[in-house]
Design a protein around this ligand. Structure first.
Ligand code: FAD
Length: 256
């Protein structure tokens, strides 16, 4: 198994694999935790080892959310920092606590001083390179990435955010706290994904009127459907970037 595969297949590891994971991750600890609405936690991670790290908005990190690198087995999960400060060796992630897996459980129980190991930052999506007007689609797992848009040279300017969410009210707390403002549409999930017709209409219209580029993140089946609708409406593939963050019944997606 190559080192890359070894690091991303969270199975029972051999000793060499465990050693490689230990070498390629940095020891960090939780500096601060803040509740944002009922299901979101803003977690600040800190370490001297982050002082020399470089970060571009949209980069991801992977975190060992259960187990330990040298002991294994472990579970590695992907997250998107929305801020990174090399001077203080800190990074911030907005975590969605969905309650179905070890990554979610880790965030739910993390407190000041909780240690963990982190890999990255590494490339997932280059937000500064995306043309404006930009249309950004996602869900609760995409809020941290959406907030990272603020750190690009153009900030939130000319960005239309559309999110499918389980609770519009709880998600609004995030939108307000992070100043995403008028360019945000929160659409409540419906039985059988009926709400996706509305999302589809919004996104196709945004392209017709102005959008230069689209970024589709979040739930894999939603991305597939929206991508298909965009291509059918004549949008070229290079004007859309797809990054699935999770899929029902699958664990630990890595974003490619
Ligand atoms: C590049 C990348 C960046 C990401 N950035 C962030 C981020 O910044 N913040 C964030 O909160 N998440 C982010 N995610 C999503 C996160 O990695 C997934 O939600 C992941 O599955 C969480 O791990 P888990 O251990 O909680 O669940 P897993 O063990 O992976 O999955 C267990 C079960 O939970 C389900 N599940 C996973 N996510 C959800 C969900 N959102 N709602 C309902 N059920 C779910 C799975 O389908 C599976 O059935 C990112 C993912 C990728 C690939």
């Amino acid at each position: 198994m190559s080192p890359a595969n070894a690091l991303t297949n969270p199975q029972r590891p051999g000793r060499l694999t465990s050693l490689l994971l230990n070498i390629s991750t940095r020891e960090v600890e939780v500096r601060h935790v803040e509740e944002v609405g009922a299901h979101f936690r803003l977690v600040t991670l800190a370490a001297d080892a982050l002082r020399d790290a470089s970060w571009t908005p949209g980069d991801m990190v992977q975190i060992i959310v259960s187990g330990a690198a040298l002991l294994g087995p472990w579970e590695l999960r992907s997250y998107t920092p929305f801020a990174f400060e090399p001077d203080t060796g800190t990074t911030k992630i907005l975590w969605y606590v969905h309650g179905n897996g070890p990554g979610s459980d880790w965030a739910a129980s993390a407190g000041v001083g909780t240690p963990c190991r982190l890999m990255g930052p590494r490339h997932a999506l280059s937000l500064p390179k995306r043309d404006r007007p930009l249309i950004f689609f996602g869900d609760e797992t995409s809020f941290s990435t959406a907030i990272a848009v603020r750190e690009t040279p153009s900030g939130y300017r000319d960005v239309r955010f559309i999110f499918e969410v389980s609770s519009v009210e709880q998600s609004r707390a995030v939108v307000e706290q992070f100043g995403m403002g008028d360019g945000v549409k929160l659409i409540a999930r419906e039985e059988g994904d009926r709400h996706l017709s509305e999302v589809e209409g919004e996104i196709v219209d945004a392209y017709r009127s102005a959008a230069a580029h689209g970024v589709l993140t979040g739930k894999a089946p939603s991305i597939q459907r929206l991508y298909k609708a965009l291509r059918t409406s004549g949008v070229t593939a290079r004007r859309v970037t797809n990054i699935p963050y999770w899929a029902p019944g699958k664990k630990g997606l890595k974003g490619h």
